[in-house]
Design a protein around this ligand. Structure first.
Ligand code: ADP
Ligand code: MG
Length: 410
């Protein structure tokens, strides 16, 4: 008999209180009743300030031991998810299910030795499978694994999403469920646009593009793996009886009635990325100035985005945290540099933008009417992005959402 598996990942805000954990356990039970073997992946309980949240453990390390080595830091950070796994597993047992909790290492997750941001090399799933065969719900601590030598590693921000998708790949799961604090993937972050609409079905390409442009509802590494291995994802919440968002192939979406061929709108969502700095450099009469600029930034390992080149200068965007370092490097090279921060990139994500005249005009009009300065723009065939000052970001998202009538989308 082949077992049908669903991996269900519960984010930090879905396992934070006893009441929520019991709700999560009911979702697991429902899945079992539907004939699936559930594998549960949990994040550490709660966000910053909660006693066992990842950020709390980081503060503990930083405040007392400013030089904690990366190996020990990972060992410390891995505890948040282990606590959560044990607590979740006990909750399942209290509700009458058979359950076992595993650390990432016990679950057979093997990573490289890049402490703090390790990559999963492979999974040895036999131990998980043995328990599934005996009817257990296996609860795995997200965000972690171990090297071949048995050193504990963590996977970086959003790592539990990656744990869930990778287990989905190795266990050949029918679905990976991502339970979070919103009911699915929306036309824009519902915290910023209350009238945002849930997107019931997205192709891997569409979801990956939104996430690439900053929609943090799933971590980009996890999204890219799901896309590559064709693992269907369902983004859901504990408080909603709806189906959430299904991310899969277009053929499945069509079969499920979630896609009609003529439905394509030029823009289906708005994503954003905060914490950016705009760098404008005057090239003066420097020979090959632009080349020198990009080479020296590459040498320092600094990634750049939204690059615009003109005969007299260049403008581009970097992470806010490296803004002053970039300024220093370029001044040292003799360039005149202007830094604007904090900035945010707001992106319209859609399809075939290049074939749709007027999208840029609408964007400029909406922001102008709202008195929002556009610092820079950039585009691809499926996105148009603009850079604005951070203080204008939320309003920019709101007016663009309205301008493209996304509150009427479905
Ligand atoms: P978790 O702790 O469950 O992993 P995250 O905070 O990583 O949750 O991701 C969920 C958050 O993603 C939501 O609270 C929401 O603010 C944000 N988000 C950003 N863009 C979107 C979007 N387009 N649709 C839904 N949520 C979004
Ligand atoms: Mg997350």
């Amino acid at each position: 008999m082949t077992v049908k598996i669903v991996v269900q990942k519960f984010g930090g805000t879905s396992v934070n209180t006893r009441e929520l954990r019991e709700k999560a356990a009911l979702k697991v039970q429902e899945t079992q009743k539907e004939g699936f073997s559930p594998v549960v992946v949990v994040s550490a309980m709660g966000r910053k300030g909660a006693p066992y949240a990842t950020d709390t453990l980081i503060s503990l390390a930083r405040e007392e031991f400013s030089n904690l080595d990366p190996r020990d830091l990972d060992l410390l950070l891995s505890c948040g998810e282990i606590i959560s796994a044990v607590v979740m597993s006990q909750t399942l047992r209290r509700m009458g299910m058979k359950s076992v909790a595993f650390s990432g290492a016990q679950a057979g997750i093997i990573t490289d030795n890049h402490f703090g941001d390790a990559s999963i090399l492979r999974v040895e799933p036999d131990r998980i499978k043995k328990y599934l065969d005996k009817g257990y719900v296996v609860v795995v601590a997200g965000f972690q694994g171990a090297t071949e030598e048995g050193e504990i590693t963590t996977l970086g921000r959003g790592g539990s999403d990656t744990t869930a998708v990778v287990l989905g790949i190795y266990l050949q799961a029918d679905y990976v469920d991502i339970f979070t604090d919103v009911n699915g993937v929306f036309t824009a972050d519902p915290r910023i646009v209350p009238e945002a609409q849930i997107l019931q079905g997205l192709t891997y390409t569409e979801a990956a593009e939104m996430i690439q442009q900053g929609a943090k509802v799933i971590h980009h590494k996890a999204m890219n793996l799901a896309r590559e291995y064709r693992i269907p994802l369902r983004v859901r919440s504990l408080s909603d009886e709806g189906k959430g968002t299904l991310i899969c192939d277009i053929s499945t979406l069509t079969k499920e009635g979630l896609r009609i061929l003529s439905q394509e709108e030029p823009v289906y969502s708005i994503a954003y990325r905060r914490g950016l700095a705009q760098v404008r450099v005057n090239l003066g009469d420097s020979e090959n100035g632009e080349l020198k600029i990009f080479q020296s930034l590459a040498q320092e390992g600094i990634s750049i985005d939204l690059v615009s080149l003109f005969p007299e200068g260049t403008a581009f965007v970097v992470d806010e945290t490296v803004g002053s370092k970039v300024e220093e490097i370029l001044r040292r090279e003799g360039f005149e540099v202007n830094l604007t921060l904090p900035c945010a990139k707001v992106s319209l994500v859609g399809s075939d933008m290049a074939d749709r005249p007027g999208v840029v005009a609408q964007l400029v009009e909406a922001l102008k009417d709202a008195n929002i300065e556009i610092l820079q723009t950039g585009d691809s065939h499926i996105t148009i992005s603009c850079l604005v000052k951070s203080q204008d970001m939320e309003r920019a998202i709101q007016v663009l959402h309205h301008k493209f009538r996304l509150e009427k989308a479905c």
